[in-house]
Write a protein that binds this ligand. Structure first.
Ligand code: AMP
Ligand code: MG
Length: 353
């Protein structure tokens, strides 16, 4: 067990002193959790193999699932990669800093452990004053997966980070709740058309406006377990985002979804199971269960994305046995939300019409 230092920072104007403390830890090979605009990341010096190995261990993360490398200056991309395609230049200009991760051919300077032995490296520039200040003060690119134990919902506050990692990491910079709430979109430009490996904070519709055709990897929209080739999409094989409770996702026409969920609540409660329902503002009044929570309005998928991981964790704090969740529209951030919900359910999906 380590002592995990927690420092509160102003999310838009962090104190240089506190950032310097965190940067000192990174430079010495330590682990610092910090807010980004998507979720909290757990950072280590990306070019220090021992630090990155410690990062995998702290999270219990399988070694074949590489983290994203975070930078604060576009020039760093040229140091970490062999080749920067013209489409990447276009996207970096348009979307960075922001929730878009690009896959590049890596330079030999990047240690094997940082890329899990792949020939590619995932890079992004976060849009958060704390993250950018930390990278700048550390003087190195920072490898940062989400700051949760592998398999758990990603953390959107320092409290979530501590629930999973207190005593396992050196420090948390507490900059309050994160704005977007789901992770970055991961885009592979090595194929034509480019392919989204993970839907996230940058909507696919926005990428299509700039690039024209953009495909979705079959896994992005999968409704059941899909076999994926190792090299292209390492993280996709793992169950993810899952609370301790069993999750059931009900998708389809809204009135049918409501009816199905009411029926499920009834049968679970007759068995004495403690039931949680993940509803929306428009539907919440229909349900009577042990714990009922709303993700937000079905017309505000941005708010739904922001609330998703926090609510999944709250069901665990309330000790429910099963969470029954409503599907939301698959557009804009809804694609990322549904991808996370389907994975959280372990593809325990009921389709109704
Ligand atoms: P996390 O760091 O927990 O947000 O997860 C990082 C995501 O980026 C995982 O889904 C990884 O599989 C993905 N990723 C990281 N590096 C690569 C890469 N070189 N090629 C494809 N996907 C990657
Ligand atoms: Mg993660």
């Amino acid at each position: 067990m380590k002592q995990t230092l927690v420092l509160k920072v102003n999310p838009s104007k962090p104190s240089i002193k506190k950032i310097q403390v965190a940067a000192g830890i990174i430079r010495k090979g330590g682990l610092v959790a910090f807010p980004t605009e998507t979720v909290y990341g757990l950072g280590a010096d990306a070019l220090n193999p021992d630090a990155v190995l410690a990062l995998f261990k702290a999270k219990n993360r399988p070694l074949d699932n590489p983290p994203i490398v975070h930078i604060e200056n576009i020039n760093t991309v040229y140091e970490l990669t062999e080749y920067v395609p013209p489409k990447a230049v276009l996207l970096m200009k348009q979307f960075w800093p922001g929730p878009l991760t690009l896959i590049f051919h890596r330079s030999k300077r990047v240690p094997d452990v940082t890329v899990a032995g792949l020939e590619t490296v995932a890079i992004r520039m976060p849009q958060h004053a704390v993250a950018l200040a930390l990278i700048r003060a550390s003087g190195c690119a920072i490898a940062a997966p989400s700051a949760n134990l592998a398999g758990k919902p990603s953390p959107t506050s320092a409290k979530h980070v501590l629930a999973d990692l207190d005593g396992r990491i050196d420090m948390v910079l507490d900059g309050g709740s994160t704005r977007i709430g789901v992770e970055s979109t991961v885009l592979d430009l090595s194929l034509d058309p480019p392919i989204v490996l993970r839907p996230g904070g940058t909507p696919v519709e926005a990428l299509r406006k700039v690039l024209g055709d953009v495909q979705l990897h079959p896994f992005v929209v999968a409704e059941k377990e899909v076999l994926v080739e190792k090299a292209r999409s390492p993280g996709m094989r793992y169950r993810h985002y899952a609370p301790n409770a069993k999750v059931i996702l009900v998708e389809g026409q809204l009135q049918a979804v409501i009816a199905k969920i009411k029926e499920l609540i009834g049968s679970y409660r007759r068995e004495g199971v403690k039931v949680g329902v993940l509803a929306t503002d428009e539907t919440i009044a229909n349900y009577e269960a042990d714990v009922v929570k709303s993700l937000g309005s079905r017309f505000n998928l941005t708010a739904i994305a922001q609330n998703l991981f926090r609510l999944l964790r709250e069901f665990d704090y309330e000790g429910v046995d099963v969470v029954i969740a409503e599907g939301v529209p698959i557009e804009g951030l809804g694609l990322a939300v549904m991808n996370r919900l389907r994975k959280a359910s372990g593809y325990n999906i009921l389709k109704v019409v």
